[in-house]
Write a protein that binds this ligand. Structure first.
Ligand code: AMP
Length: 444
């Protein structure tokens, strides 16, 4: 996964002609009066043309349909193959959305031999079956009906080149998760996959992306504030791990919360954090990926039932965790990237309850924290705890990106200054060493 820079970095919107799309598409755009690409089109089209997998958060009405249709159809048109079965599949949550995309697709393919087809519930089953058998290049479908057709012995997607999931969050909310995964299993494994969602903070969407896209580029068009207006984001600057431990205990003793999760980047750290908290009388328990299933379930039950109210967990363990009343999330370490950050904070503020997220940041984590802020287009609130004020107050000089000035150079300079260890020539190999004969196996 690569975190793409936020949109304020994007250059001024270019013209559709800068994408060098197939002439038929250019004509269709001109005919329909589309002149300049919208933000999502500007950012997604080059990545899709480069045949990369992509996860995009963009709201309805942002122009996302053309953002995936234009590069996908371009690819089909320039690599003409009219007998390859279905080459692009768009899955949508509703008939209405399917209909809209189908119409837009037909407009774009006007004058081309490539055909598009729509498969949704409530329409003629036999006709749809024929669509799948007749080399229909682009199929737009709702998952339920498509799956019904796939159970009949057709294998229309073995040459599929692009799979698109539109409004993935809605599809999951409507209970299509399993259907979508089953359909994906029918598709060519070498395909490109594109996932569009109104939000990235839907835990199911990130899970689906991990399963279907594996490696992917990410374009986040919503700010974190758009996504999670009800969750406050704070950071506390800290000096080192020992200082972090004190701050953590203080927060857990002084904040108001029903349930809290403390995230750590490693299993060892998570285990090490738990005992000192318990010694202070806090009701904490640890959860990590190497615990067996039974043990995990026991821990989850204790947390769910409120017997313990603090869960110290690693990222892996906490994925997909859906527990009510978690209103405090503390990142003991800065997560490794923006997506992990979203995964973590998505544990709180469920169903629009309010929540608070606090990240403990030491100087070596500053730049990572700054890149997450930039990625999510949000400045976290700096919070000071007077009783535990540390020495680290943030870097003295910052780049426009929010990162430390000269941070890298300093690290490199340190590396250069590492004391030289004299290596003698004869120590480098076995030079000058006596050969010791291998011990003989004892005779039977
Ligand atoms: P969508 O988000 O794909 O549902 O698109 C919302 C509306 O924006 C649709 O009516 C599109 O026809 C329109 N639209 C999409 N791209 C552009 C563009 N580049 N310029 C003007 N209108 C657009």
């Amino acid at each position: 996964m690569t975190d793409t820079l936020p949109t304020e970095q994007a250059p001024a919107l270019a013209d559709f002609s800068s994408f060098n799309l197939h002439s038929l598409l250019g004509q269709a755009l001109a005919k329909n009066g589309f002149e300049k690409p919208t933000q999502v089109q500007q950012r997604a089209i080059p990545t899709i043309l480069a045949r990369q997998n992509l996860l995009v958060s963009a709201k309805t009405g942002s122009g996302k349909t053309l953002a995936f249709l234009l590069p996908t159809l371009h690819h089909l048109l320039v690599n003409a193959n009219y007998y390859a079965g279905t080459r692009a599949l768009v899955l949508v949550p509703t008939r209405e959305l399917g209909q809209q995309i189908y119409l837009q697709c037909q407009q774009l393919l006007e004058g081309s031999p490539l055909k598009a087809g729509l498969i949704t519930g409530g329409e003629d089953f036999k006709k749809q079956q024929t669509l799948l058998r007749r080399n229909t290049a682009v199929i737009i479908a709702t998952p339920g009906r498509l799956l019904e057709l796939l159970t009949l012995d057709v294998a229309p997607f073995e040459n599929l080149e692009t799979l698109i999931l539109d409004e993935a969050d809605r599809m999951l909310d409507m209970g299509f998760s399993e259907d979508v995964l089953t359909i994906a299993k029918h598709c060519n494994e070498q395909r490109q996959s594109l996932l569009f969602s109104a939000t990235l903070t839907h835990a199911g969407v990130l899970k689906m992306a991990d399963k279907l896209l594996k490696r992917f580029e990410l374009i986040a068009l919503n700010t974190l504030r758009d996504e999670l207006p009800h969750i406050a984001q704070q950071i506390v600057l800290t000096d080192d791990t020992a200082h972090k431990q004190k701050v953590l205990a203080w927060l857990l003793e002084n904040e108001t919360y029903t349930k809290a999760i403390v995230f750590s980047n490693s299993r060892l750290q998570a285990s090490a954090l738990c005992d000192p908290l318990r010694d202070k009388g806090l009701r904490a328990i640890v959860l990590h990926g190497e615990m067996d299933q039974k043990e995990r379930q026991r821990v989850m039950k204790l947390f769910r039932d409120g017997v313990v109210n603090i869960l110290v967990a690693t990222d892996l363990a906490a994925r997909g965790l859906d527990i009510k009343e978690i209103n405090l999330v503390i990142n003991f370490e800065v997560p490794r990237n923006g997506i992990n950050y979203l995964h973590r904070i998505g544990r709180t503020g469920r169903s629009d309850e309010t929540g608070l997220t606090i990240t403990l940041v030491k100087h070596t984590e500053w730049n990572l924290m700054a890149s997450i802020e930039r990625f999510l287009r949000q400045n976290f609130i700096r919070r000071k705890i007077d009783e535990l004020a540390g020495k680290f107050q943030g870097p003295k000089k910052l780049k426009a990106s929010g990162k430390t000035v000269g941070g890298k150079k300093k690290v490199e300079a340190k590396k250069e200054k590492a004391p030289k260890v004299k290596v003698r020539h004869r120590d480098q190999k076995n030079i000058g060493k006596r050969r010791v004969p291998k011990a003989k196996a004892p005779e039977a």
